[in-house]
Design a protein around this ligand. Structure first.
Ligand code: NDP
Length: 333
């Protein structure tokens, strides 16, 4: 059984040396436990926070700990855990070929809702983040202008489409022309901005959001957020979901610098943590599955093959290598 451990805490950007691959015997499930064979594994930006000793919005890993991720896997053996061999389940498990877990730590995957990999993306944690963050926090209304950063990623791509369903004008920031094309041509965004092509985000917004910004879903932070703040309208709503532009920063740059705009606009800025909506996860999954079936919401996955490439898939999140949800395919079903 191959398994990844946290080899050391990264300083700034993590690299291959952050990860250590070890081989061990396939673990035996104890009483009330199952043995799960990994089919798909998720890599997510929040895992960067867990690699540091300090607090982030998730608990830190210790050096030498197995890395853990959202996994979709097949039950190989159940030791009185309420599952049967062959069941497809999801849970937070080791970055490994096989892992054991208590039955209570796992949920069944319903393959009728969509391909099982979507449990880690549009029908799982990122989709739910987009659903609740857009509908409950950023709250775009018909005729509003909604801006989302990290727009071609797992959360952002879904958030923008949900905003579109509310009747808003939707503008997305993303890091390549290919991504802008994806937003505009495939997802129906009104405008995409390739932030790597310009430093003048304010001018780009003057063009893409001529009526100002009523609702902002922030995945990125930093200077793009400063520019969006400078365009906020009266009573605008800002959902702070992520700040990925700073996750690898050794020193946090000064800012945000445009808080004065909040006085002028009485805008509301609210942090968002998907876990707070746990009692309503089923609602989000059901609604998202319906929208996909109706072709109201489209999604993309970037699939990296092989557990051995999981570190590269994770590191690629910080280089913008993924379109839609980045997952790692570990085993065949
Ligand atoms: P994504 O699929 O969006 O992948 C990350 C993307 O971020 C990359 O593809 C890249 O796209 C962009 N990016 C990376 N570095 C930078 C940078 N320096 N500046 C601007 N963009 C950058 O990841 P997720 O959808 O899973 O997560 C998106 C955000 O939401 C993250 O910040 C994450 O932490 C947060 N999150 C928060 C949750 C919560 O409960 N609060 C839950 C889930 C996610 P590009 O090519 O555009 O640069």
């Amino acid at each position: 059984n191959r398994k990844y451990l946290l080899a050391k805490r990264p300083e700034g950007k993590p690299d291959r040396d952050t990860f250590e691959l070890v081989e061990e015997d396939v673990p035996e499930p104890g009483p009330g436990e199952v043995l799960v064979r990994t089919l798909y594994l998720s890599v997510d930006p929040y895992m960067r926070g867990r690699m540091d000793a300090g607090e982030s919005y998730a608990e830190p890993w210790e050096v030498g700990d197995p890395l853990r991720a959202g996994v979709v896997g097949e039950v190989v053996e159940s030791n009185g855990a309420g599952f049967e061999a062959g069941d497809v389940v999801t849970g937070n498990l080791d970055w490994a070929d096989y892992a054991t877990a208590r039955g209570s730590e796992l949920q069944s995957v319903n393959p009728d809702l969509g391909p099982i990999s979507t449990t880690l993306g549009v029908l799982g944690m990122p989709g739910r983040t987009a659903y609740f963050g857009t509908r409950e926090v950023a709250e775009p209304k018909a005729g509003d202008t909604f801006v989302v950063t990290g727009a071609a990623g797992a959360v952002g791509s879904v958030a923008g489409q949900i905003a579109k369903l509310s009747g808003a004008r939707v503008v997305g920031f993303a890091g390549s022309d290919e991504k802008v094309e994806f937003l505009e041509d495939e997802l129906g965004f009104d405008a995409g901005i390739n932030y790597k092509e310009t430093d003048d985000y304010r001018a780009a917004l003057d063009e893409a959001a001529p009526d100002g910004v009523d609702s902002y879903f922030d995945n990125v932070g930093g200077p793009i957020t400063d520019a969006v703040f400078s365009k906020l309208n009266v009573d605008a709503r800002v959902a702070v979901c992520g700040q990925i532009s700073m996750y690898n920063a050794e020193e946090i740059p000064t800012g945000p610098r445009k808080l004065g705009k909040l006085i002028e606009t009485r805008a509301t800025v609210e942090g968002l943590l998907v876990g707070d909506f746990a009692p309503r996860f089923e609602e989000a999954t059901r609604r998202l599955a319906e929208w996909i079936a109706e072709d109201e919401i489209r999604y993309r996955e970037t699939v990296t093959e092989g557990l051995e490439n999981a570190p590269d898939a994770f590191l690629g999140l910080f280089e913008g290598e993924n379109i839609g949800k980045q997952i790692v395919k570990v085993g065949e079903r």
